[in-house]
Design a protein around this ligand. Structure first.
Ligand SMILES: [Zn+2]
Length: 202
């Protein structure tokens, strides 16, 4: 195959690293950029360039946002004494989308593997501890799903929170969520029901 011009191959090389794109589709995408009006291609480049400068990780909940704290955390209309813990940002968006929940969030950043406590450094425990130490939270809802990993994480978190803040109510989404499913794949109505009829953990 003929060698690509350097600037083109640089773009193809980067695009080919994206999930779902191999070298061939990366080349096709790069060629599409070349066919666009120059202003449009530049706008795309600038948007990618700005991504890292303009996006923040909310120091309070861990969500990706325009500002820190994010719009959800700084909304004065939301309850501050109830904290919903999710595995990832997608799950937060799904719960938010169900329109039922008006409290705070915390994104763990993952779940514990079946191996147990060994990989706790994957979780945003520092952020969770900070929220707990803040003294505002009266209830923690675990919205982690019903997979083995979710259950493991729930047990681990319950023990951790229970040990440090025994007065805090711990609950989990009701089992309306189908077995072995992740929160982000559950439909809105089921999520709303699971939140409403959440179960106490102790
Ligand atoms: Zn936030």
């Amino acid at each position: 195959m003929q060698k690509l011009p350097e600037s083109l191959s640089a773009v193809v090389e980067q695009l080919a690293r994206l999930p779902g794109l191999g070298p061939k589709s990366a080349l096709r995408a790069a060629m599409t950029f070349l066919k666009w009006p120059v202003a449009e291609t530049r706008r795309l480049g600038a948007a990618i360039f700005d991504l890292r400068d303009h996006l923040h990780l909310c120091s309070s909940c861990g969500a990706i946002a325009d500002n820190d704290p994010c719009a959800l955390c700084s909304d004065p209309g939301r309850a501050r004494d109830i904290l919903c813990v999710t595995a990832d940002w997608d799950s937060l968006l799904c719960i938010e989308d169900s329109g039922f929940y008006r409290g705070q969030y915390l994104i763990l950043g993952g779940l514990l593997g079946v191996g147990g406590d060994a990989d706790t450094e994957r979780l945003n425990l520092e952020r969770l501890d900070q929220r707990m130490a803040g003294g505002e939270v009266r209830e923690v809802i675990m919205a982690l799903g019903t997979t083995v990993e979710a259950e493991n994480t729930e047990v681990f978190l319950s023990a951790r929170i229970g040990r440090r803040n025994p007065e805090i109510r711990l609950s989990r989404l009701a089992q309306g969520i189908p077995l072995c499913s992740e929160v982000k794949f559950v439909d809105k109505d089921t999520l709303r029901q699971s939140l409403k009829y959440r179960q106490d953990l102790k």
